[in-house]
Write a protein that binds this ligand. Structure first.
Ligand code: KIV
Length: 269
């Protein structure tokens, strides 16, 4: 089973690692066979599984239910689990809700935000809960952003993003996840923290790991699909097509053929 120290080791050796969202046992088993390195029980399940138009309605009980199903079926991947909307607004809430998802089978919690999470990160880490902080486009704040848009587009915003990363890493964040930021930011931030694996989604090819929502990479998202998505299912056929799509994704992350230029945001900063 892959651990946090394996991921740090991968980073030190320049071995890129794969991550996919997963919410159920059959997909989790297929990801185990395909040797996907890490799994995120994402609150994107609000859209992908529950049919909502945002992640906001998802509860801690939902997250624990899906984390338990995934853990039962997959003994290979390192498992991160989102704390959903407003479930970590106080340090005490973060502690209680982390206990629920960690006891369900997660090995790390993911929270969305910046420097203001420093105390939460420090207290969780002290209490045995490793924390991934998700920065850049943070979907739980969609109503503040006014939509799902590229973040850190100016040097000033990029410097603020770097300051937020520094604050949470100093507080003990063990992984950073960057969503929808210029490729240069993915590279700069991954280089800035040699001990902290950085996972990207729409953050360029130079982050240490890549993540995609599983429905997106299997071509099961209907309507508008984000620029950073590649449909790995298109290239497959036959009864092992899903498994082959997972294997192709894992290989493309490792050899850095994904994300390509067309999946990346290039902005002069
Ligand atoms: O919930 C989720 O699936 C996520 C990914 C988009 C990174 O946070």
């Amino acid at each position: 089973m892959i651990s946090l120290s394996n991921l740090k080791d991968f980073k030190a050796k320049g071995r890129k690692f794969s991550c996919l969202t997963c919410y159920d046992a059959s997909m989790a088993k297929a990801m185990e066979i395909a040797e996907i390195d890490t799994i995120l029980i994402g609150d994107s399940l609000g859209m992908a599984i529950q049919g909502h138009d945002s992640t906001l309605p998802v509860t801690v009980a939902d997250m624990a239910y899906h984390a338990a199903a995934v853990r039962r079926a997959n003994q290979h991947a390192f498992i991160l689990c989102d704390l959903p909307f407003l479930s970590y607004a106080t340090v005490n809430d973060a502690l209680i809700n982390s206990r629920t998802v960690m006891q369900a089978g997660a090995q790390m919690v993911k929270v969305e935000g910046g420097a203001w999470l420093a105390e939460t990160v420090a207290v969780l880490t002290r209490n045995g809960v490793p924390v991934c902080v998700h920065l850049g486009l943070t979907p739980q704040s969609v109503n503040v952003f006014g939509g799902y848009k590229l973040q850190a587009k100016t040097r000033e915003a990029a410097d603020q993003l770097i300051a937020d990363c520094k604050a949470v890493v100093e507080a003990g964040a063990a992984i950073l996840l960057l969503e929808c930021v210029p490729a240069q930011m993915g590279k700069e931030i991954a280089e800035l923290f040699p001990e902290v694996p950085v996972i990207g989604i729409g953050a360029g090819v130079e982050t240490d790991g890549q993540v995609l929502v599983v429905q997106d990479m299997l071509g099961l998202t209907f309507g508008r699909v984000a620029r950073f998505v590649r449909n790995f299912m298109k290239e497959q056929s036959g009864e092992t097509a899903i498994l082959d799509a997972f294997k192709a994704y894992h290989a493309a992350v490792q050899d850095q053929s994904f994300p390509a230029k067309e999946h990346t945001f290039q902005v002069e900063l």
